[in-house]
Design a protein around this ligand. Sequence first.
Ligand SMILES: [Zn+2]
Length: 248
Amino acid sequence: MKIKKVGNRGILFTFQQLKESHYDCVTNIYVINAKEHFFICDTYIGPYYVKQVKKYLEDNFGKKKYIAFNSHGHWDHIWGNSEFKDDIIISHELCKEFIDKYADKALSINKEQFAKDDIEIVLPNITFSEKIRFEEDGVEFFYSPGHSKDSASCYDYQDNTLFVGDNIDDPIPYFMCWNKLDVYKRTLERYLDINADIVVQSHGDIKDNNLIKDNIAYIDKLIKKEKIEFKDEDALKKHKVNMKCLKL
Ligand SMILES: [Zn+2]
């Protein structure tokens, strides 16, 4: 686990388990150390890892109430929810629905390779349709469909930092699994309107608006069915996965 300070009050915990598999990408838990709460953006692949994050937070900043957030329902973002059973777990309403529908199957497929401890699927206990705001903490969660239909984002408007989950990837989106590309593009344009100083993605390093622009350019080419040139092997590999997921 790598730990990195982000802006004034963000902490990025980066894990390697998926990097060492065919997924070939790191995965983050992003934490906002706010006034009243620790906001935990995504719970990764189980309690074993979340416990390390909690220990670090409590050792360094003392006890505070937790609010966990699921950016979407994919298994690598929700397996640690059980660590927040007695706290608030927030997601978009579709995310809760998707976890309820698909999490058991994803667990049976992935647990042998990735589960370090017993995984209990725990559903979000507060959902929103457009957005939900925590005024005293300066944090807002909002619906941002794109990577998946149930995707949402977290905006720390006190620190002007935007957590985008899997909607943004480097150098292009990855595992695109929803084919409403025009909606995806609008979500990313909305990100640009926010004009955050720091962009935090789930599966890579801290970035800025330039990466959002690159991701928009890629999606735009897919919409217009233009030929795309790839700078490197990594981008081409991600593109091929997208074509498969989108069935294009
Ligand atoms: Zn995902």
